[in-house]
Design a protein around this ligand. Structure first.
Ligand SMILES: Nc1ncnc2c1ncn2[C@@H]1O[C@H](COP(=O)(O)OP(=O)(O)OP(=O)(O)O)[C@@H](O)[C@H]1O
Ligand SMILES: [Mg+2]
Length: 315
């Protein structure tokens, strides 16, 4: 990928949107939604969030994430229906507006990240007692489900056990059984397809929704914001040597922020242009490796392009 092209896109990054003609706006950390009746326009911006804070905007990140989600929804459509109605622009999905179940359904095949920190501190992970003696980044005997509550804006999500989800009536038991079965099936598919590309799908988060009682896969799936990916080939050797795996996800950015003394509060360290260019390249390369197809960045005035495409879509 041409670094000059990325560089020249920095002033055009999609950091915010203002498309009131699309309906009522809801601003997430990464995506802006506009809701109009039973439709939701889900616009993936270039915002990069770490520790639940937007720390930078990375050229083409929005397009990469949106197209990666579309790729995986397509792969997963035999497992269950998803929310997509149309994809009228590289940064936009028009979806069926659902009632999202108030739990983030996280599946983990390896012990790392927050689950590792809990385990190391002797805590159960979302109520699951794991075998003793696991090491950081070790593969689990089988994938586990570690749900969290979906926090209100500005709050952090909290782990919750499956038994608590049921005892508090957050999701009804029959529905929950379907959710867990689908989550494991989606994760198995993701791991299998990732491995064909030389990658390990380490863990991921799903969001499910309901429309007229039908369970639908919503939000995003197996993207670099919702999942960890490691390079398979070097994993074992590095694990045995006590080294971190080679990662495609956001962890290196988190580590960089930590090295700058940033943990989600106070002044955000400045990303240099070179850093943004290398992150952008990383996102595009990762897309190609995960999806096994080439990525074509659409640069220039992204905002006007989205507006034109959506006006045309709405007719
Ligand atoms: N089909 C859908 N119907 C309704 N809401 C949806 C649908 N798909 C995704 N969403 C919601 O759209 C929002 C996407 O924005 P984004 O992921 O940037 O938010 P976020 O900051 O992660 O917030 P959250 O913690 O609520 O996910 C999420 O709140 C997600 O639950
Ligand atoms: Mg989200």
């Amino acid at each position: 990928m041409n670094e000059n092209l990325i560089q020249s896109q920095i002033p055009h990054v999609l950091n915010e949107t203002d498309f009131s003609f699309l309906g009522e706006k809801y601003e997430g950390k990464v995506r802006d939604s506009y809701v109009q009746g039973d439709k939701r326009f889900l616009i993936t911006t270039d915002r990069l969030s770490c520790f639940d804070v937007v720390v930078a905007c990375v050229p083409f990140k929005g397009q990469v994430l949106n197209e990666l989600a579309i790729h995986w929804f397509e792969q997963a459509k035999d497992i269950m229906p998803n929310h997509i109605i149309a994809c009228p622009d590289p940064n936009v999905m028009v979806v069926r507006n659902c009632e999202i179940l108030p739990v983030e359904v996280i599946v983990r095949g390896y012990i790392t990240g927050s689950a590792w920190r809990d385990y190391e501190a002797g805590k159960a992970v979302s109520g699951i007692e794991l075998p003793k003696g696991l090491r950081a980044n070790q593969q689990l005997p089988e994938p586990i489900l570690t749900p969290s509550t979906k926090a209100e804006r500005g709050e952090h999500d909290e782990p919750i056990s499956e038994s608590e989800i049921l005892s508090r009536g957050i999701v009804a038991e029959d529905l929950w059984n379907t959710v867990r079965e689908k989550a494991f099936a989606l994760f198995a598919l993701g791991q299998e397809k990732a491995l064909e590309q030389g990658l390990i799908l380490v863990d991921t988060k799903y969001e499910f929704g309901l429309i007229d009682g039908e369970l639908i896969l919503a939000d995003e799936i197996h993207t670099l914001d919702s999942s960890r990916y490691w390079v398979a080939e070097s994993y074992q050797e590095r694990f045995e040597a006590g080294e971190s795996p080679v990662m495609l996800d956001k962890e290196p950015t988190r580590q960089w922020l930590l090295s700058q003394g940033y943990k989600g509060e106070g002044e955000i360290p400045t990303f240099t242009e070179d850093h943004l260019v290398s992150l952008s390249k990383h996102y595009m390369d990762s897309f190609e490796q995960i999806a096994g197809k080439s990525f074509t960045p659409f640069g220039g005035d992204v905002r006007s392009r989205i507006e034109n495409n959506l006006r045309e879509y709405l007719g």
